[in-house]
Design a protein around this ligand. Sequence first.
Ligand SMILES: Cc1cc2nc3c(=O)[nH]c(=O)nc-3n(C[C@H](O)[C@H](O)[C@H](O)COP(=O)(O)OP(=O)(O)OC[C@H]3O[C@@H](n4cnc5c(N)ncnc54)[C@H](O)[C@@H]3O)c2cc1C
Length: 446
Amino acid sequence: MAYGEKCGSLAIVAGAGIGGLAAAAALAPRFDRVVILEKDRQLGDCVRRGAGQGAHIHTLLHGGELGLERLMPGLRNAFLSAGAVEIDVGKNFHVYDFDSWYVSRPLGFSTLQMSRPAYEAVIRKRVLDFGNVSIQTGACMTGLSIEKGCVRGVRISEGSGERELIADFVVDARGRGGALPRDLAKNGFGETPESVIGIAMSYVSGRFKRKATANEEAEAMMIRPRLPDRRYGLVCPTENDECVISLGGRGDIVPPTDLDGFFDYARMLGAPEFYEFIEGAELIGELRSYKKPTSNWRHYDKMPSFPIGLAPLGDTITSVNPAFGQGMSAAVFHALSLASALDKHGLNNSDLHQDYLEAAMNTSAGAWYLAAFADLEFPEVTGERPENFDQIRAFSRGLKLLSDDDPEIHRLGVEIAHMMHPAELLQSEEIIGRVMKKLFEAQSAA
Ligand SMILES: Cc1cc2nc3c(=O)[nH]c(=O)nc-3n(C[C@H](O)[C@H](O)[C@H](O)COP(=O)(O)OP(=O)(O)OC[C@H]3O[C@@H](n4cnc5c(N)ncnc54)[C@H](O)[C@@H]3O)c2cc1C
């Protein structure tokens, strides 16, 4: 496509979550008009029905922040102006994993911490600033309109009936509960192959006033459990001098929704520093719970055929255990892949879909394997374990030990976790050799 030339007249995006907004930012320079359809009737700056997960901590990884900045230059400053708290990832975000704390040291980059509704409000405003993007609230997409293998628009519910909205291109960002596989099957495209892991996670979170703590360095803290424990804890600062505390559990281990029970649960986490950090924090509003029974990866790229003019994006493709905070950033990378596939191929070209889906699936694969391999360590988690599963987990343990000694490995590992590089960078012969040596030394010392 020539510079400045538009791909088409109207693009529709279903869903005004982070994925839908990032998609709209990618499409705005490439279409005359972009209309976002959102089933929620109101989009404010508080937790809304269609994105109930927004009551829980949402960390925007640094890679996701850089991706958003590419789509909407100046967004970083807009986050800061809206009260985002900037924290040094290596020094101020303390992470307990594999039974010990990561060494606290500056790694050269930061994250901007906000509540999920606040991130969304800032991005939404910036998306509307494009001038050719509008959001239709109370507009529920009920299906696809398809003609001769091409999407020609969507159907939306209206009152007691339905109406068709014709468009040149449709992005489905309806999230993990969206019905795209059903719509595709209904239109003769067959079943969508899907990977599913039964993670049985429960989360309970609340907004609290930020308090001064004895731990001067820590601004955020995360505890990931190691068997036989199954309790997670995460606390992050947000706008308005508040913080969100999220507790997680697996299977029968469910964090309580009463305040005393919530703090008692925090006291039982793998390291006492977490409770000390949050002890006595004052709750604002109420504790909210969320259940996530499964992680899902829908393989739209493996379908025998796929309609031209349609792109699934964000949680519509992959929805994983948020213990590594990847979901919003993955959606941003999907949007960037869509922009470059459109620039390369233009519309109405099956190469567009192939190219886009391949790139989007690469992003999803990175997020999926990081989260899934950690989940599958718990025997009750259902799902397929690769033959070399024990080696994979041993590698992660060894990498943690090596990064304690070596700041460069530490930095690389955390940059990869923040989706700034592909995970393959850790698979050089040199690093594998050093990780193995470290594991051997640790075993010999035990
Ligand atoms: C407890 C928890 C904690 C999380 N923590 C993090 C974190 O720290 N960092 C991170 O990056 N990610 C986190 N995530 C994941 C993150 O919430 C998702 O990955 C991210 O929101 C995906 O964005 P999305 O736009 O694809 O979907 P969503 O944000 O779910 O948005 C989907 C939108 O589509 C709308 N919609 C649905 N159906 C229709 C319809 N038929 N018509 C029109 N609109 C429709 C919904 O109302 C909603 O607005 C967390 C998730 C959970 C459950």
